[in-house]
Ligand binder design. Structure first.
Ligand SMILES: Nc1ncnc2c1ncn2[C@@H]1O[C@H](COP(=O)(O)OP(=O)(O)OP(=O)(O)O)[C@@H](O)[C@H]1O
Length: 262
């Protein structure tokens, strides 16, 4: 691979006796879409938290575009071009969808001076263009509390995209979303990422989603990366199946084969 855009080397962090990262090495190329899979508690969210400055690793380095970002504050990491979305969407619930996105547009462009001038012409136009890309125009004036989970997730991701990142990290973009809606959400999301050449990393528990949308999958297990490669290869690896899919099937599928998490 040419020089990676994002690179982690020897990342370690422990909480008490729990090694949530125990020597994470990962290189991500510009434009790649990488899925992170692994059992509950493997350290997937911890990796996102360390990369976005919410947690500081106890050892190791993270490099973005050739510069070390380890230990920087979340705000500075966003400024440099890395944004994130959350497992539980972080929306301003009393505000509308367009206001939520406009707030990020304004903050990113330095337009924001309190909430009043938020919906000025240029900010509204920029926010609406983002809503269009995410298929959210129809709910632009809905309050965040009125949205279904799929629209809530997309709004959270649209807010992160308003920061015009080069890298977007997403924690379970389809969790809590009805099975039938997952692919539609991922189609919209991946099209928006590809259109801008945004590099993406997403934590995912649904193997169909991983197979369909990830260029590469990295498998987390007890704070380490067990395997990394194309989904077709990794998802057929016996050690991966035992460690991840076995756990996932037990965890995610009820006796009738339905998706208990949806
Ligand atoms: N801030 C924290 N303080 C204490 N323990 C933490 C903290 N963050 C993570 N942990 C612990 O580190 C381990 C890894 O957590 P993490 O959330 O990264 O796992 P995960 O792979 O994302 O799991 P899941 O799939 O359930 O979201 C867990 O045992 C968790 O309880």
């Amino acid at each position: 691979m040419s020089a990676p855009l994002l690179s982690a080397r020897g990342l370690k962090i422990a909480f008490g006796g729990v090694k949530a990262a125990d020597g994470i090495d990962l290189d991500i190329a510009e434009g790649e879409i990488v899925a992170i899979i692994g059992p509950n508690g493997a350290g997937k969210t911890t990796f996102i938290n360390m990369t976005t400055g919410y947690l500081h690793p106890q050892a190791g380095t993270i490099t973005f575009d050739g510069a070390t970002i380890t230990g920087l504050a979340p705000r500075e990491i966003v400024r440099r071009g890395i944004a994130r979305s959350f497992q539980i969407p972080q929306l301003f619930t009393e505000h509308t969808v367009i206001e939520n996105v406009a707030l990020k547009v304004a903050a990113h462009r330095g337009f924001w001076h309190g909430f009043r001038p938020l919906l000025d012409g240029p900010t509204t136009a920029a926010a609406m263009a983002i809503l269009d890309r995410f298929g959210l125009r129809d709910v632009a004036t809905a309050r965040a509390t009125e949205l279904n989970e799929g629209a809530r997730k997309l709004t959270d991701i649209a807010m992160a995209m308003a920061l015009e990142p080069r890298v977007l990290l997403m924690d379970e973009p389809t969790s809590g979303v009805a099975s039938a809606e997952k692919f539609a959400i991922m189609d919209t999301l991946v099209a928006a990422l590809r259109a801008r050449g945004v590099t993406a990393v997403f934590v995912e528990h649904d193997m169909e989603v991983v197979e369909r949308y990830a260029d590469r999958v990295a498998v987390w297990s007890q704070g380490r990366i067990l395997a990394s490669g194309p989904p077709a290869q990794v998802l057929n690896d016996a050690a991966v199946l035992r460690e991840v899919i076995g756990v996932e099937v037990k965890h995610a599928t009820g006796p009738g084969g339905g998706d208990a998490r949806a």
